[in-house]
Ligand binder design. Structure first.
Ligand SMILES: CC(C)(COP(=O)(O)OP(=O)(O)OC[C@H]1O[C@@H](n2cnc3c(N)ncnc32)[C@H](O)[C@@H]1OP(=O)(O)O)[C@@H](O)C(=O)NCCC(=O)NCCS
Length: 136
C-alpha cells in the first residue's frame, strides 16, 4: 500500500537516509536529475510502497516567500499512475498552508507538461530546463 511521507526541512531520520541515501547516488537517477541533492532547507515528499521509495519530490521555501519545487522522480515500474501528481498536490497544498503566493519550478519536459496543465506559465528556458511559475 503506497503512502506519502513529508520530511520537513531539517528533519532527517534513519529511515530517510536508509531509503533515500542510495537514491542520491544512483547512476540512472543521476542521469535524469544531475543536480539531485539534499539541502537543509528542503522539504521532501516521499511515496513509499511498504519500505521501498517509489517516488520523491522536494519543495524549498525561500526567504523572499517563493516556494521552489523540483527534484521529482518516480520509479520506472510506477510511472503513469499518478504518483507525480500526488507529489505535486502535496507540495502545492504545503506551500498554500505556509501562505506562499508564488511557486517556481525549474523542470524537465516530462514534469513541465503536468505543471502547465495546472496553470503554471513559462518564465524562462535554458537548454532543456524550463522555469515555470504559478501564483497561488
Ligand atoms: C516526470 C515523472 C516524475 C512523472 O512521474 P509519473 O508518476 O509517471 O507521472 P504521473 O503518472 O503523475 O503523470 C502526470 C502527468 O504527466 C504526464 N507525463 C508523465 N511523464 C511524461 C513525459 N515523459 N512526458 C510528457 N508528459 C508526461 C502524464 O501523461 C500525466 O498527464 P495526464 O494525466 O494528462 O496523462 C517521471 O517520469 C520521472 O521520474 N522522470 C524522470 C525524472 C524527471 O524527469 N523528473 C522531472 C524533473 S523535476
Amino acid at each position: 500500500m503506497a503512502h506519502l511521507v513529508h520530511y520537513p526541512a531539517g528533519h532527517r531520520d534513519d529511515r530517510f537516509w536508509i531509503s533515500m541515501g542510495p537514491l542520491f547516488f544512483d547512476k540512472k537517477i543521476k542521469r535524469d536529475l544531475p543536480y539531485l541533492r539534499d539541502d537543509v532547507g528542503k522539504h521532501w515528499f516521499i511515496v513509499f510502497d511498504d519500505k521501498t521509495v517509489v517516488g520523491f519530490a522536494a519543495v524549498e521555501i525561500k526567504k523572499n516567500g517563493v516556494a521552489l519545487i523540483g527534484s521529482a522522480w518516480v520509479s520506472d515500474a510506477k510511472r503513469g499512475r499518478g504518483v507525480y501528481k500526488s507529489l505535486t498536490d502535496a507540495r502545492l497544498d504545503f506551500a498554500k498552508s505556509r501562505g506562499i503566493k508564488t511557486v517556481r519550478a525549474t523542470c524537465l519536459p516530462a514534469s513541465a507538461a503536468e505543471l502547465l496543465k495546472r496553470g503554471f506559465a513559462e518564465v524562462s528556458q535554458i537548454g532543456k530546463y524550463r522555469t515555470l511559475e504559478k501564483s497561488l
